[in-house]
Design a protein around this ligand. Structure first.
Ligand SMILES: Nc1ncnc2c1ncn2[C@@H]1O[C@H](COP(=O)(O)OP(=O)(O)OP(=O)(O)O)[C@@H](O)[C@H]1O
Length: 239
């Protein structure tokens, strides 16, 4: 079966620097794959390549089996992308943001649908008519996830999704991502948080210096062992 996301021997050069070097992985439908790496490892660049903002200098990336460079619009249409700082408007309320971005996506929705999505991400009802500039980061993320739900994109790309969240918000966020994956969403997240990656992911890939140097999976429905991944991460960073 075609994987929603696939990187095939992906190499990327940015301003003369080799940023990714022969990276290959697939993410299956309903799977959460976390790409773990230190600063500058190439994590964000990988996401930008799936979105067609950066072009591979070698190999290719595929979304639903189609080369992204061949059809950028199809790839972007299938993907909801949460950058580290959610890209919604601070001067608009949650309802206004959702209305605006859904109109842009050609998928307008009524108030009942907006509320259903905001209920699903547990954004308090009283907050929905407030401007986003008064929101916590967790609340902005919930709004961004609600938008992804309403756009009905089958794929979620998350860049450092829990940085700046408090521990309760992190747990809530992980539960939400797991519930979405349980419903068939395919999730690729990039992070330098070993603990978070092991908590939420079905599989963790270790990216270092633009190369995928390790991979960890959870056996029998258990969580990935944080100690093992942490040791590998620390060792690789030192290497
Ligand atoms: N706009 C840019 N132009 C040129 N090179 C860039 C640009 N942005 C990042 N790079 C380089 O690409 C490499 C990978 O950066 P990238 O942002 O993908 O790493 P990352 O793993 O996401 O790091 P971080 O955890 O710090 O966000 C780095 O060496 C970085 O200097």
């Amino acid at each position: 079966m075609t994987s929603p996301l696939e990187a095939k021997s992906l190499s990327l050069v940015r301003e003369g620097n080799a940023v990714l070097d022969g990276v290959s992985f697939t993410v299956a439908r309903g799977e959460i794959f976390a790409l773990l790496g230190g600063n500058g490892a190439g994590k964000s660049s990988t996401l930008l390549t799936f979105l067609g903002f950066l072009k591979p200098s070698g190999g290719e990336v595929l979304v639903n089996g189609q080369s992204v460079t061949g059809d950028v619009a199809a790839a972007r249409g299938a993907i909801a992308y949460l950058p580290e700082a959610a890209s919604l408007y601070g001067h608009m309320t949650a309802y206004e943001n959702l209305d605006y971005f859904l109109d842009l996506a050609g998928k307008p929705a009524g108030r009942a649908d907006l509320d259903a999505a905001l209920d699903r991400v547990a954004l308090p009802a009283e907050a929905r008519t407030r401007r986003l500039r008064s929101y916590s980061k967790g609340m902005r993320q919930k709004t961004a996830i609600a938008l992804a739900l309403l756009r009905e994109t089958p794929i979620l790309l998350l860049d450092e999704p829990t940085s700046g969240l408090d521990p309760v918000a992190i747990d809530e966020f992980h539960d939400l991502v797991k519930a979405l994956a349980g419903g068939g969403q395919t999730v690729l997240m990039v992070t330098h948080d070993v603990y978070g990656a092991c908590q939420v992911a079905d599989r963790v890939g270790l990216l270092r210096g633009g190369k995928l140097v390790g991979s960890f999976s959870a056996a029998n429905g258990e969580r990935i062992d944080t100690e093992t991944v942490h040791a590998a991460f620390a060792e690789r960073q030192a290497a």
